[in-house]
Ligand binder design. Sequence first.
Ligand code: CP3
Length: 660
Amino acid sequence: MPESFRGLRVAAFESRMADSTAVLLTRHGGVPVEAPSLREIPLDDQTEAIEFGRALVAGSFDVVVLLTGVGTRFLVQAIESQIPRDSWKKAFEQMFSIARGPKPVAALREFDCKVDLVVPEPNTWRELIEAFRSTNPASGVRVAVQEYGESNAELIAGLEALGAIVTRVRVYRWALPDDTRPLREALRAIVAGEIGAALFTSMKQVDHVFEIAREETIADALTTAFNTQVVICSIGPSTSLALRNAGIGVDIEPAHPKLGRLIAESAERWDSVGKRIPPRAFGTPKELSVGVVSAIGSRDETVANEESSLNDSIFMKACRRERTDTTPVWLMRQAGRYMAEYRELRSKVGFLDLCKTPELAAEVTISAAVRLGVDAAILFADILLILEPLGFDLEFSRGEGPVIHNPLRESKDVDRVKAVEDLAPVSFVFDAVRLIRAGLPRGLPLIGFAGAPFTLACYAIEGGGSRHYDRAKAFMYRDPGAWNALMERLVDATALYLNAQVAAGAQVLQVFDSWVGTLCGRDYIEFVQPHMKRLFTRIDPNVPVIHFGADTGSLLELQREAGGDVIGLDWRVDLDRSWERLGSSVAVQGNLDPVVLLGPIERVRSEARRILDQARGRAGHIFNLGHGILPSTPVDHVIELVEIVHAYRSGVRDQGSECL
Ligand code: CP3
C-alpha cells in the first residue's frame, strides 16, 4: 500500500476536528498522537462586537469581511444581545459582504444573510485582498473586518493600501486547551525521536506549540527535531508561513487547504520527503478495517471505459428496463448501525461530522457496498442535510434521532426559509461523491439522493420525527399559500442539490418520500403532486430517478404520474399486482419487509424467492427492501440475501420470454 503511513506516529495539533483527524490518520495507516493545541473562547468583553452592531445599524460601513465561521457566529450572538435581529439584518443587507471561505459562508447562511463575494482558495489574506481589489476599487470605502484570535497585520495593511478605512472587530481569542498534558507529552516524544510526522492545521497552533516547548525548555531541541526527523505537513500557505517564520521548513502542503487532502497527500508523500525518521517513530498501525480510502485515486482506466462499464451494469440496465441475467440488488440504509465497522467509527465521530468529512463518508459508502456485494452504492449522507442551507438548525442527538431547533410553526415562518442559490455550505456532499466515484470498484454505480419536499416539510414543521404528522398536515390545510411557498423553496433547493450530485459523479438518483404515505390520494393531488412534477422535470433528464415512498399502496399511480423511472414499493403491497397497476413504462424497486431479515434465514430465503417469483424475471426489477435496514439486523443475513438474489434464476427468464 504505497499511500500509507505504514505505522508512522503522526502528531496532530488540531482541536475542534481532533476526532475526525485521528480517524483519518488511522485509516491511512498512521498512528495518531493527539495533541490539541488551542481552544476558541469568546472575548469576555464584547464591546467591539456590540459597537460594530450599532455602527452597522447606523450605516457606518460599506463592506464587511467575515474571516471565520466560528467568529461569524460569535459576532451575531454578541450583536443580538443588544440589537434585534430584524434591525441588524436590514442594515447588513445594505452592505457588501465578503466571506473568506466556505465556513463563514455557511455561518452567514444560518442567519439568512447574503454573501456578495466568496474569496477563492486557498482563502488566505492575499486572495482576499485580490478579491477586494476587483470589487471595491474606490478609496475611502469603510470596511469592517471580523477578526479571530489575533489581528492579521498583512490583511489590514493590504486593505489600507487600497484606500480602505478599516475597523477591526475582535470576537474571540485563542487560548491553550484546558488540559495541556497531551500536547506537552507529544512535544517531548518528538524531541525523543518517537514521532515521524507533525500535522499543523492553523497558524496559531505553531505559536502554541512553541509556547509550550519554551515552558518545557525544549524549544531548540524541538526545532532541530522538526527540521531533521519529522515530516512537517501544513494545511495551507498561511500556516506554512507561520512555520517558516518560526524557523521550521515545510515538507508537505496539499493542493487544496482541506483536512482530508492534507492527510491523504501526507500519507502519499511522507516517505519521499527524505527525512531521517528514527525507527522509534513507528508504532503499530491498527488493523485497517478497509483499505478503501487508500485505494482512492489509484485507478488507471480511461474515463470513457469506466463510463461504459457503468452504463452496462445490471443496475443501470434495470433502471432503463433492459433485460439482465441477474436481478440487481442494493439495500436502503446499507451502510449503518447494523454493521460493527460503522458503530466503531461512530463511537469516535458524531453523525453530522461523519457526513461532513468526505473521506469518512466515502469510506463508509464504499466499504458497505463492497462487503455486501451489492450492485449499487448509495452516498453516505442524510436527507436532512439540505435543511441547513435552507436556514434550519439541525442536530442529531443520540437516541432521539434528528431534531430541528427552529421549526416552522406559523405561516409567516415560511419567509425565513432561504432560497438556496449557492451550494457551498453542503460542498462536503459533492466532495464525498467525487471520492466515492474514484474509489468504487469499476462498473459499480453510485446512487445520489435527496428527501422529497413533503417529507422535508414534515421535518421542517414538526421539528423531528412524528407519528401522525399532525402539525405538518394542519399547516398544509390551514394555509395552502404558505404551504405551496414552502414546497417551492424545497423543490428549488432539492433540484439544484440533486443535479450537483450528478455533476460530481452520481449515476442514479433516489428521491425519498418516506412519510407521504400519511396522505390520502386527494390530498396528494392537491398538496404534493404538482411540486413533485416540478421537481422531476428539473432533474437532469439523462439520469434515472428512483421515486420511493413508504406506505404508499394507495398512491402508487399518483406517484408514477408525478415522475420517476423506477417506483419504490414497500412490503405492504404485492410486487406483481403493484407493477400491473403502474404499467410497463416504469421499473420497480423492492420490496422485502426489513423485519424479515431479523427472522430465520429460511424465511429470508423463501420471502426473497417469493418476491423474485412475482417479478418473473421481467426487465426492470431492482431488488431492495421495502424500507431501510433496521439497526438490529444480522449482517450475515444481509450478505446472504444478496447472494440469494444473485443466484436466483426465474423459470420465465430462463425461457427467454419477456413480460410487460
Ligand atoms: O442508505 C444508506 O446507506 C445511505 C445513507 C442514508 C442515511 N439516511 C444515513 C443515516 C440515507 C439514504 C438516509 C435517508 C434518510 N434519513 C431518510 C429517508 C429514508 C427512510 O429511512 O425513510 C430519513 C427519513 C432520514 C432522517 C433520519 N436520519 C432519521 C429519522 C434518522 C434517525 C433514525 C435512524 O434511523 O437512526 C437519521 C440518522 C441516520 N441517517 C443514520 C444513518 C446511518 C443513523 C445515525 C447514527 O449513526 O446514529
